[in-house]
Every structure is written in structure tokens, then in C-alpha cells.
Design a protein around this ligand. Structure first.
Ligand SMILES: Nc1ncnc2c1ncn2[C@@H]1O[C@H](COP(=O)(O)OP(=O)(O)O)[C@@H](O)[C@H]1O
Ligand SMILES: [Mg+2]
Length: 379
């Protein structure tokens, strides 16, 4: 099958589109990436998403309209990806659309989650069936609805002998521990490690008065000095100590949270670059600490994906803190860092289409393996 995976993460930077050829069934599933692109969100759309994610500004009329706007945006992104792959929509069998998470409350009673981007619009514009709303079924089965990529990580990155960690660094950081095949005693595990780029992005926007939305190639962090005392204070955030399964998001790491870091840094006489270096170190330290506290074994390979893999300062900090593990971008394993999550949702959609479960109870805490998502028929 030819499957398009669509993903827009907590960074709300754009729609990642992966056109993937998939065949077979686990454990013998074969895939090949045909084409990948990111369609950046227009600034007004990004602004609306960030407003929708906030309880004070996420009004119901905005949410309703955004659901449709994102449906159109995802549909156009899918069509652009299909053109880029030099295919016709008629050649494409399926779309897996993660949607845009605006709220995720897995630990409340009842647990709930909301991803926007109407599947009906995507199916109507493309004529292709769409699998969407992947997280709800896992939550209905008692899981946290995340991380869902864990199942695919296991499928694609498991080694015979080497324990591995697949670390994604999007807005939020999440890890999948992948035990080697020869260690049946070690369980897989996955959880959110804490902030990925979300705090860096907030603080860069603040420091540059909105001129930049992220620390491109770590340029600002490279010019700053990590303030150990502020770092220690930030690492006292209780989330890092909670045992997995656990997930987090912009609900915790808000603009207000970043503002408090900014004020603390300024009060300590730090420059903008020092503060950005310090939150970059926070991402790296929260990841390393989580591995030491919670992983069933220390990984020999750490496979990094997501936009954070493009930040050389962050990668250098991770190499330093995770030694002697080999820290490599996922490209080294044939998974382009920016495409990995979109590829994962193409594969999860493929599994759903074949009636196979796509959650990993060890990762989400669900009572059972369940078939994920809702299917909207094509033409
Ligand atoms: N060249 C780069 N240098 C530094 N950071 C980058 C670079 N490219 C992307 N990023 C970071 O990655 C983020 C987007 O990562 P992504 O994996 O798309 O996250 P999400 O899944 O949350 O959308 C950006 O907001 C930015 O912080
Ligand atoms: Mg993104």
C-alpha cells in the first residue's frame, strides 16, 4: 500500500507529510519512504493553534473553526506530498492523520484528549480513506493515549543484542526503550521525558521579540553559558520524578512557565543567551536523568529524531551526558529525523486498516492491545 502519514506536533510549526510504501505484516513489515516534506503553518494558523491550546483563549468557536481550517491545511499538505512523490491521489491507498493536539488530559477522570483537523475534509479533498483520532481508543482502554510511536519504534529499531533508546525531541521529548531481541527479560517502555524544544522556542521568541521562533542550529545557546544553579532549580520540577507511564505537554510547559524562567534568569543577571543555553541543558539533563531513573537497562544506542536532532548544541550535551552510549540522529538508521513521526503514523494507519492493534500497553499503560483510530471512507 501507499500510505501518507500526516503529523503536526506540539511545536505547531507545520504539517509533516511522509509518503510511504508499506507491505507485509509485523514482525516482517517492510517500508520505504517515497517522499517527505514539511508544509509550514502560516503564522496566523500557528497563532490560532497556540490560542486554542490555552484554556483562557481556546474559545469553542475558535476550536470549531480551527478543526475545519486544519482539515483543509492537512488535505492540501497531503496533496502536495503526493504531487512531490510524483503520484496521483488515485495511487494512494490510505492517509493516517494524527491531527493537532490542543488538549491532552490522560490522568483526569474521565481521561480525555482532543486532536483537531477534520478527517471528513481530508477524505473529501483527496478521495482517500483517512485513519484519524488514534489516541482515544487507547485511552478508552485505560491507557494514556501516548506515546503511540513506541510500537513503531520497536518494529523499526529493535536490535539483536544492543539495548536502544529512541528519543524524539519535538515540542516535548519522549523516549522508547527498545530491549534487544536476545533479552526477553527486559520489557519495552516509553514515556515523555519532559520539554523538548517547547521552552527553548518560547524563550527565543521572547528574547528576539518574535523575530525568531526557534534557536536555529543552536546559535544562541552556543553563545551562552549554562547557569548550574538555575538548571538545578528547573530540574526540581516534580514531573521528572513521576514514574512512567507518564505524558506531558503544553498544559504544563506553558508560555507562563517560560516567562517565570526568564524572570529568574534575569534576576540572576543572566543574558538571553545564557538563559537559552540553560533551558537547552534542561532538555538534555531531563532526558539523561530519566534514562538513569527509569529505563530497564542503560541503552548502548540512543537514536534521536524530531526537530531537536537538528540542534548541534543539544546533541553535544546529550552525547556528553549519555556517554558511553552512542548518540546518533535517526538518519543513521534510515529514518530521516524530521520524517520519523509522520512515517510512524503512516504505519499505524496501515496497521489499523488491517485490523491490527497499534498500541503498546507497556508504553501507554492500557489494559490491552487495541485497534487504534477512526476510519473515514474515501471516494
Ligand atoms: N535547525 C534547527 N536548529 C534548532 N532547532 C530546530 C531546528 N530545526 C527544528 N528545530 C526545533 O524543532 C522544533 C520542531 O520539531 P518537530 O519535531 O517538528 O516538533 P513537533 O513534533 O512538536 O512539531 C522547532 O520548533 C525547533 O525548536
Ligand atoms: Mg513539527
Amino acid at each position: 500500500m501507499i500510505v501518507v502519514g500526516l503529523m503536526s506536533g506540539t511545536s505547531a510549526d507545520g504539517t509533516d507529510v511522509a509518503v510511504v510504501h508499506i507491505e507485509g505484516a509485523p514482525p516482517d513489515l517492510r517500508w520505504q519512504l517515497i517522499h517527505f516534506l514539511t508544509v509550514p503553518h502560516p503564522p496566523a494558523l500557528r497563532e490560532a493553534i497556540l490560542q486554542a491550546m490555552h484554556p483562557q483563549t481556546g474559545r469553542v468557536d475558535l476550536l470549531c473553526r480551527l478543526d475545519a481550517l486544519l482539515g483543509e491545511q492537512f488535505a492540501q499538505a497531503a496533496l502536495e506530498g503526493i504531487r512531490g512523490a510524483q503520484l496521483d491521489p488515485k495511487d494512494v491507498h490510505l492517509i493516517g492523520s494524527h491531527g493537532q493536539t490542543v488538549w491532552h488530559a490522560p490522568t483526569e477522570t474521565p481521561p480525555s484528549t482532543l486532536q483537531l483537523g477534520k478527517a471528513a475534509i481530508i477524505a473529501e479533498r483527496t478521495g482517500i480513506p483517512v485513519v484519524s483520532d488514534f489516541r482515544s481508543r487507547d485511552m478508552a482502554a485505560g491507557g494514556q493515549g501516548a506515546p503511540l510511536v513506541a510500537y513503531v519504534d520497536l518494529l523499526l529499531l529493535q536490535d539483536e543484542h544492543r539495548p536502544r533508546a529512541a528519543q524524539n525531541i519535538g515540542g516535548i521529548g519522549n523516549v522508547t526503550f527498545i530491549p534487544p531481541r536476545d533479552r526477553a527479560d527486559l520489557p519495552p517502555l516509553a514515556f515523555d521525558t519532559g520539554p523538548g524544544n517547547v521552552l527553548i522556542d518560547h524563550l527565543v521568541s521572547r528574547a528576539t521579540r518574535g523575530q525568531a521562533t526557534y534557536d536555529r542550529d543552536g546559535h544562541l545557546a552556543a553563545r551562552g553559558r549554562v547557569d548550574e544553579e538555575l538548571l538545578r532549580e528547573l530540574l526540581a520540577e516534580p514531573y521528572y520524578r513521576f514514574p512512567p507511564p507518564k505524558t506531558t505537554g503544553r498544559e504544563l510547559f506553558t508560555a507562563e512557565y517560560a516567562r517565570r524562567i526568564w524572570e529568574k534568569g534575569r534576576a540572576r543577571g543572566l543574558s538571553a543567551e545564557d538563559i537559552i543555553a540553560t533551558v537547552t541543558a534542561l532538555t538534555a539533563h531531563s532526558i539523561a536523568q530519566a534514562y538513569r531513573d527509569f529505563l530497564p537497562a542503560f541503552p548502548q544506542d540512543v537514536v534521536v529524531s524530531g526537530g531537536g536532532a537538528n540542534n548541534p548544541v543539544l546533541m553535544a550535551m546529550l552525547r556528553d551526558l549519555l556517554a558511553p552510549a552512542r548518540v546518533v540522529p535517526s538518519d543513521a538508521m534510515g529514518l530521516p529525523v524530521d520524517a520519523k513521526e509522520a512515517i510512524a503514523f503512516a504505519i499505524l494507519a496501515y496497521e489499523t486498516w488491517h485490523g491490527r492493534p497499534g498500541n503498546l500497553p507497556e508504553a501507554t499503560g492500557a489494559r490491552a492491545r487495541v485497534v487504534l483510530g477512526s476510519i473515514t471512507m474515501g471516494r
